[in-house]
Design a protein around this ligand. Structure first.
Ligand code: BYC
Length: 316
């Protein structure tokens, strides 16, 4: 295509975005828009899949049958989220196999939060309350993003995440009504998960290389810092309601700004985790590889069945 035509198409594309139109897979889109979406959506899908591991760790040790059933359903929901988002990403011309292969080659990122261990039962509460809580803030915005398949996947995912958020909060609320040891367990868990949950929103706006394009294309509707602030503002009173203290001495309501002020995130820790040096990075990769290899026979059987079925359909 000659560069003038391409410029004209880009201009029209941006006009559509500015008018709030939704882009569908067969519409013309700039190559950079497609690539950015593949990057972001595949990271998101992978986060849902790897995100099953920390909580999955507690399924066999849940404190009651009721808790076990709820946790099982939640972890299964996360698998579903991963699959919707992988399917949405496939509409951009990449296969799920390629995306999964990129992970095993160490080329694909997933959310930093899943490189922290779940040491106690209370951690399943913190993940539901804080991690799903942060995810909802981010994903409610993504449900209105410019790419149709991604936005539509987010609508259902957000509904399920709301249930996850409530179940996590309920676990912690319940522990906070328990013995001093149970209250201590809940508090200790929040102490460990609070700061990593804030890191989920990504680096400060000034340090975020992808934000300018993504905001212009309305893939992101709000910046990393705006969403982080929104999450903090809505979470503080929830903590107070159940007697949890958030581990930030600088957390304070700012009457003038009508927001909470908060302390500085440890960006060195964040960068270290996303470079692969977090507590659980290696373990997460190993567990996913093992699960993938153990599932090879299922993929083979499904493929053989599909081929046989296709052959029969042709000869019928
Ligand atoms: N962790 O320019 P930036 C869930 C990377 S799962 C790791 O700001 P962007 C759940 C970023 O990728 C929820 N990496 O990037 C599941 C980029 O690196 P590359 C997961 C991070 O894309 C199970 C570089 O830093 N949600 O809810 O504009 C159980 C520069 O960043 C992180 C999503 O994935 C991070 N936290 O903004 C329970 C939401 N932050 O690619 C719950 C969709 C940044 O250049 N994604 N990086 O190598 C997004 O909204 C955006 O991609 C982000 C980052 C806000 C995360």
């Amino acid at each position: 295509m000659n560069p003038t035509d391409e410029k004209e198409l880009e201009k029209k594309f941006q006009e559509r975005i500015d008018k709030g139109e939704v882009i569908e897979p067969k519409d013309w889109m700039p190559e950079r828009y497609r690539k950015q979406l593949i990057r972001m959506m595949s990271q998101h899908a992978l986060s849902e899949i790897v995100g099953m591991l920390p909580e999955g760790n507690w399924i066999t040790r849940a404190p009651s049958l009721r808790r076990k059933a709820i946790l099982l359903a939640k972890v299964q929901d996360e698998a579903g989220h991963g699959l919707y988002i992988y399917s949405g990403t496939e509409t951009l011309g990449i296969s799920r196999e390629e995306m999964v292969a990129d992970f095993f080659k160490g080329k694909a990122k997933y959310s930093s939060i899943f490189n922290y261990p779940t040491l106690t039962w209370a951690d399943t509460g913190s993940i539901g309350w804080l991690v799903d809580g942060a995810a909802i803030v981010n994903q409610t915005a993504l449900a209105k993003c410019s790419y149709g398949p991604y936005a539509r996947a987010m609508i259902r995912i957000c509904k399920e995440e709301n249930f996850h958020h409530k179940q996590g909060y309920e676990i912690l609320a319940h522990l906070m009504k328990g013995t001093p040891e149970q209250r201590q367990m809940a508090q200790d868990s929040v102490n460990r998960f609070w700061w990593p949950a804030l890191m989920m929103f990504g680096p400060h706006d000034a340090e975020s290389p992808h934000s300018a394009d993504l905001l212009r294309w309305k893939v992101k509707l709000y910046s990393n810092d705006t969403l982080r602030q929104r999450f903090i503002d809505r979470t503080v009173s929830q903590a107070e309601n159940i007697g949890i203290k958030l581990p930030d001495p600088k957390l304070k309501w700012n009457e003038e700004k009508q927001h909470y002020d908060f302390g500085e995130i440890n960006w060195e820790e964040f960068n270290n985790v996303i470079k692969g040096n977090g507590i659980c990075n290696k373990d997460r990769m190993k567990s996913r590889k093992q699960a993938h290899d153990n599932g090879a026979w299922v993929r083979d059987a499904a493929e053989t069945y599909a081929k046989k079925h296709e052959k029969n359909a042709v000869s019928a």
